[in-house]
Design a protein. Sequence first.
Length: 248
Amino acid sequence: MTDLGLNGKRVVVTGAGGGLGRAFALAFAKAGARVVAADVNADGAAETAALAGPSALSMRLDVTSAADCAALATRLSDDWGGVDVLVNNAALYGGLERRPFEDIDEDIWDRVMAVNVKGVWNMSRHLAPLMPADGSIVNVASATVFSGSPQWMHYVASKGAVIAMSRTMAKELGGREVRVNVLAPGFTMTEASLGLIENARSYGVDRAALKRPAETDDIVGGALFLASPLSSYMTGQTLIIDGGRQFI
């Protein structure tokens, strides 16, 4: 792999127990970073860490829990002396039922907001103080914010909030030279996506410029770029990777 300036960097990836989160963690490890794979699914996180190599760590983490986030921050401070990159990937996605917005259960709405929005805030407020001047936060949103996705308002609204939060965080952390950017993938072939949509491999292909579905390898380069010195003067921005679906 081309040197991205990530060798030895201390990287935390949430939602790393599978899917895109695992792909992010393994890509950072391949680039030479030390990785913490964090997930509410402890077994999945441990499996990702094992795949990432001997320098990787795993931790069971509920991003909605301030105590869990604080415990991770303490561990990083004690064991690694801080953190260079935070990838806020954890989200409720695969198990969500598509419904008209007026029929979404209030409890489900609140749970989506707790994980997808509060979780980003929780992790960022606990880990940002541990970052050096070249630190980077990559918040994972969704291209659905720009295209809309019928019967999925809770998810789309939560990811829109992530983009808005990231702009504010970028302004607040910019004086410390900590960057905050957003990665907004389109529909990507993961276990969660396959469970959501029938005939997932052909979903949306006709509405994109590139006539194939996205695989995880198509997305991870965006996270590496946003975390690396290659994007050192980029903050508060949203990088959409959806095969050109937004302009068709």
